[in-house]
Design a protein. Structure first.
Length: 404
């Protein structure tokens, strides 16, 4: 037998063999030249195949990255991260586990191949188990046999079809966010170094998206705190002023009208004195709930201060605003605010002033003043009633304050 290796860049790619024949010198030269040409072609084809595979892999990674970027919620993001990891490796079971705010536990936020109840209860102390240990160390773990690998050395659980698994930390720089766990490839083969490399590359972007989601969530939480009343959960006065400015500008440019309803709970100081401040706080929370049930999604409810609330009704006439105010008044009047027994116990009423842009004012301050004047007209007129703002005549002299 005479053989000619296909050698390219010092690597043997194959052989050309001749059996039961003896080649002459000129034939040897021709075959050697042919072998060199074949080797060069094989090398070229190999490079083209590698480049095509790399392009395909890059396209898959870009597609997965784009999918993660388009996630509308953290739950959707976690689901896409696990789906992407499964797509890259062919795994049939897996989970995404993140470190709790306490910094001492891992909590499953997404799982595949296990019941939802098991997934919800999947919570591990850092350092415990394969996932907990991986999170603590911050290093990737590829296991081909969970029973024989000295790093795991544990009996395989019945719910796993194979003994191979991979656990990848989700981290940015040295900060570990959680762990991505996968097991049971569809063909029941072991996870490979290629799988590990793919998941490591994918986990870097996944970690970035998780961090982005967490920062966004914390930012939204802080924004909510800055614009909401901590007791009632309604918007605060600062946010109301901002919304009024926006609505004045919008209505001015589009020729629209809107209505502002100023609400005050009658005799609230006496209610506090009778039932205590805790009961008073509960009454404010319940009053806010009663008011909110009458409103649309586009409307804004804010606690103006103390026992005063304001409702902004975009695109609403004064007549429609008065109808909304009447529903609020009736709702408050019917509500039992305290479990204390006795005639009239736990009952509250509300007085309201209604002002409309642009009839009663074209600025935030003028509208607030108009609705405030109307409110105190309602209180002076006997309370538990609604008064709509009207142009004030020179002789109208309403006091700046009336006892609640």
């Amino acid at each position: 037998m005479t053989s000619f290796p296909f050698v390219a860049s010092g690597t043997i790619l194959g052989f050309l063999c001749f059996f039961d024949c003896e080649l002459q010198t000129d034939e040897l030269l021709v075959v050697e030249l042919l072998a060199c040409q074949v080797a060069a072609k094989l090398r070229q084809l190999g490079k083209e195949r590698e480049e095509a595979e790399q392009r395909e892999l890059s396209a898959r990674m870009m597609g997965l990255a784009d999918s993660l970027l388009r996630s509308q919620s953290k739950e959707e993001l976690y689901g896409k991260i696990l789906d992407g990891a499964v797509d890259l490796t062919g795994a049939c079971q897996g989970s995404v586990m993140l470190i709790d705010p306490d910094g001492r536990h891992l909590q499953a936020v997404q799982a595949m191949g296990m019941g939802s109840e098991i997934a919800r209860q999947l919570r591990l102390p850092l350092g415990e188990g394969i996932a907990g240990g991986g999170a603590l160390r911050g290093g990737a773990l590829l296991v081909r046999d969970v029973e024989k690998d000295p790093r795991t050395a544990r009996r395989n659980r019945p719910r796993f079809k194979s003994k191979s698994l991979v656990s990848i930390p989700l981290k940015l720089n040295d900060k570990v966010l959680g762990v991505l766990n996968l097991s049971d490839k569809g063909d029941l083969q072991d996870f490979s170094e290629t799988d590990l490399k793919l998941l490591t590359a994918f986990s870097t972007f996944a970690s970035l998206m998780i961090e982005r989601s967490q920062v966004k969530e914390e930012t939204c939480r802080l924004e909510r705190l800055s614009c909401t009343d901590p007791l009632t959960g309604t918007y605060n006065r600062r946010f109301l002023n901002q919304r009024l400015e926006e609505e004045v500008n919008r209505s001015q440019h589009q020729g629209l009208e809107f209505t502002l309803v100023f609400i005050d709970l009658d005799h609230f100081k006496g209610y506090n004195d009778r039932f205590g401040h805790l009961a008073g706080d509960e009454a404010l929370v319940k009053a806010a709930q009663v008011i909110s049930t009458t409103l649309r999604d586009m409307d804004t409810l804010a606690r103006f201060g103390g026992e005063e609330f304001c409702v902004l009704l975009p695109g609403t006439s004064k007549h429609r605003g008065q109808l909304v105010a009447e529903r609020i008044r009736m709702g408050v009047e019917r509500e039992l605010f305290s479990g204390v027994e006795g005639p009239g116990a736990g009952r509250l009423t509300a007085s309201m002033g209604v002002a409309t842009y642009p009839d009663d004012g074209t600025t935030v301050s003028s509208l607030l003043n108009a609705s405030d004047v109307a409110l105190y007209q309602a209180k002076a007129g006997g309370r538990n009633r609604i008064v709509a703002a009207k142009p004030a005549s020179p002789e109208d002299q309403w006091p700046a304050y009336l006892p609640a």
